[in-house]
Structures are given as structure tokens and as C-alpha cells.
Design a protein around this ligand. Sequence first.
Ligand code: 7TS
Length: 404
Amino acid sequence: MLDIQKIRSDFPILSQKVNGKPLVYFDNGATSQKPQVVIDAIAKYYQEINANIHRGVHTLSQLATDAYELSRNKIQNHINAKHSHEVLFTSGTTFGINLVTNGFATLLQPGDEVLVSALEHHSNIVPWQMLCERTGATLRVIPMNEEGELIMSEYDELLSNKTKIVTVNHISNALGIINPIKYMIDKAHEVGAAVLIDGAQAVPHLKPDVQALNCDFYVFSGHKMCGPTGTGILYGKEEWLNKLPPYQGGGEMIKEVSFEKTTYAELPHKFEAGTPNIAGGIVLGTAIDFMNEVGFTNIQEQELELLAYGTEKLLEIEGLRIFGTSKDKTSVISFNIEGIHPYDIGTIIDKLGIAVRTGHHCAQPIMNFYGIPGTIRASFSFYNTKEEIDSLVAAVRKAQMMLS
Ligand code: 7TS
């Protein structure tokens, strides 16, 4: 079992007051808080080894390069990628998806189909729409049911030899539903389609094994898993990354440049043009070490307990409806209260120190499916407590009384 008080003391922000009240931070789906080791590692990088990477012969440049590449290896081990050059540093999930959709523009033609799930964040919808506009390919949607689950029989029907790529999140940000991605990947491969998994909401809760999943691409952001903002990873199978053209041109991504012809560097550098977020990339490794020390089994145990407790207590509130009722869920509770706009509840409970996200959560198609403008989303992390859930429930009751 986790010593929650000890873990909480690793996160300086958690002992802050907001609006004069102890902070209850339940917006972990948007971004996680950062432990002291991560904050310290950022300062240490700038204080001790700051230099540009992959270019200087001088000592600091080599130290920075070694630390950056060590972090890549750490992430390779963490997600069980076969090669370290299949692990690309990005600025986040959004960048990773755009890199892939940009590459697929050279591979798709009219008549081809891209399958996207109904449960996606806008950043895993819009780049695919832009890709289809560019290429004349058709975007098709894997539908969901009332519980917030993707309907696998309809998925099976949609797959055909026209399907070139399937894109789906591992865990939905708006509802917390865990999708049956292993089944979906295997089915897509039967028709020869590639699969991209958006792991942005999964990596804070579990350790993905990209070889066991056999996905072609897996993308995530560092800032949702205790790491710095502006960091992320695109894992791609070697054969796919070799097939896709570079996303950005510039320094570091080339072998030879002349005005007649430029040749590109080998992986991973082909996709890493320009000076990257060096500190961020290194410290993402620190964040992953921290999470592994806490332990993903412990993390899941704590979070599932919070999910069960929060679900039970919130459902005691009259008129409260939870969206996303599948049993395959992570620690996210998306809810509304009859007759009250989510924004109004969010604003009142903020005054009581409670941070939740309200609105469509960048997943408007899900809100349209339920015919609602948005929800109140409480997303728990392993450093949250049942007492904090009690505060949320009391605050929501108070807001309900004030507003009805
Ligand atoms: N995909 C999913 C499933 C997400 O949850 C998010 C961010 C993104 C992609 C985009 O990640 P970024 O780091 O590139 O911005 N989700 C949320 C959220 O739920 N609340 O704020 C951001």
C-alpha cells in the first residue's frame, strides 16, 4: 500500500491554499502536478550541464547529449520498444499525431479510409480530417454506446481493405473509458491497416507495452505523467518511421545538404529537427523513474479505490448523472447535475479550493452524442485522497443548493 501522506509531501503544490482553502486538485486529466525531484532536475540541468546536444565536442555538450540519450533509453525500456530509435522526442501528443498525419499524406489517395473513434480528443480528430481533406481519403467513425464504449461489432463492419489506418485512444479523456485496443490492433492488422494509439490519458495510470500491443504508433505527453510541459513521445515501429517522410526540415535531421539535394539523417534524428526541449526530454526520464518508484500496481490500486469511492459518494447526490458507465474505466468521473450548467458548478467549487475541469473537454462529438453542452470532470491521481473526495461531494452539494 502507498503511504499517501509521504507521496503528497513530494508534491509541493499540494500543500497550497487556493482561494483561502486547501487545494483539492482533481484536474489531473488536463495535467498532473510535479514532484520535487522533477522540479529539482530542471534546475540541475540548467545549473550544471546546459549545452546544445548532438553537435559539440566540448564536455558539457557531451554530458547533455548523454543525458538526453539516456532518457530516450529509459523511455524505450518503459514502453518496451524494440529499438531506442523508435522513440522520438516531441512536444506532446498533439505534435506526435500531426507528425504521423503529415507523413500519411504521402501514402493515402481517394478511396482510402481512415477510421477514427467516437471517443477522441480533438487533437486525434482534426489532424485526420485535415489529412483526408489533403488526400481525398474518407474519414469514418467507430461509434460508441450509452455506456461510453466503442461498439466492436460496428468496428468489425467498418474495417475493410480500404482501411489504411485506425486511430483510437487507449483511454478516453472525457469519460475515462479504457478501450479494447489489443483487439482493435489485431483486427486492423488483419486488413493490413496501421494503428495509432493515443496514450495521453493512459501513461499516467499504466505502463504500455508497445511490442505486446503490436501497435504501429503510440503517442503521449510528458506533462500528464508528472513530467514537464512541452514534452512528449511518439513511438513508431521502425518500418513505419522509415516509410514516413520527415515532418520538419532543419538542423540535425540531415545527412548532407546542398542546394541540389539534401539527404536525411537516420532515425530518430530524421524526425527531430532543430534544438529540442533538452531539459524537458531529460526530465521526462526523471518523471518516469519517479512513477516507477511509486509503482504502477500501487498507482492503479489507489486510483481504483478512489474511483469506486468517488462514484458511490457522488451518486448519492440527487439528480447527478455520471457519463461513461462502462466497467473498464480509469479514475475519471464525468458528471452533470440535472438542471444546472457544469460551468456554474465548476465556478462555485473553485471558490472552495476544488479544481475540476468543466466543459466539453476537447471532445465535442462525445458531448453531442449525449446531447449535453459539457460535464464536470473530476480526474483523480494516486496522490489524491478519499478526504478530498468528501470535500468535492460537500462542495457539489453546496453549489447545487445555491443554484437550484
Ligand atoms: N489526446 C488525449 C486523449 C488527451 O487527453 C489530450 C489532452 C491530448 C490528446 C492532447 O495532449 P497535448 O498534451 O498535446 O495537449 N487532454 C486534455 C484534457 O483532457 N484536459 O486538458 C487537456
